[in-house]
Design a protein around this ligand. Structure first.
Ligand SMILES: [Zn+2]
Length: 174
């Protein structure tokens, strides 16, 4: 592949998306247009959200990390991962574990939709470190903040070249 080939393909996708938004009067099914990158939301079933929260609370005050897989932005499974850093303010996935999970996701004919981690003592916003380490533009970065222990906050972001776009997280039944 030519250097820069991927970038060109991505901006074409962005362009055709904008065109389709204009056709629908600036919104798609009543959802406001997000100007940067592809319009997207992440749908998380309640039972999977509960698993994610259980893991994050169990790991606190250390950061927890995990992977959400599924199809077409609909999450079907949560994989709890080990935080190799065992730290309160950063995480890294253990490569062997990550390979195993990616293999399992492929075998189930799903995609990796999101990389999750918790912020035990800070807001649900990507840190400078998170921006630096966000190398996968097609994946949603989900951050669970336990800053207010009574009301944890879960947010999703697309991150590309340190540009952050919030992706709405929609909780679904089942
Ligand atoms: Zn973080």
């Amino acid at each position: 592949m030519q250097p820069g080939g991927k970038r060109a393909a991505r901006s074409q996708i962005g362009f055709s998306d904008r065109a389709s938004h204009q056709k629908h009067g600036g919104s798609l099914l009543g959802v406001p247009l997000i100007p940067i990158m592809t319009m997207k939301s992440l749908e998380i079933p309640k039972r999977i959200h509960a698993k994610l929260m259980e893991h994050v609370l169990r790991a606190a005050p250390l950061e927890a990390c995990g992977i959400l897989s599924g199809r077409d932005s609909q999450v079907q499974r949560y994989y709890e991962m080990t935080n190799g850093d065992r730290s309160r303010d950063h995480y890294s996935m253990v490569p062997q574990e990550q390979f195993k999970v990616i293999k399992a996701i492929r075998a189930a004919q799903q995609e990796m939709l999101a990389i999750c981690h918790s912020h035990p003592g800070t807001p649900a916003r990507p840190s400078q470190e998170d921006l630096r380490l966000a190398l996968t533009p097609d994946v949603v970065y989900v951050i669970v903040s336990l800053l207010e222990p009574e009301t944890p906050v879960v947010k999703g972001f697309l991150i590309e070249n340190a540009i952050v776009t919030e992706v709405p997280i929609v909780m679904t039944a089942a």
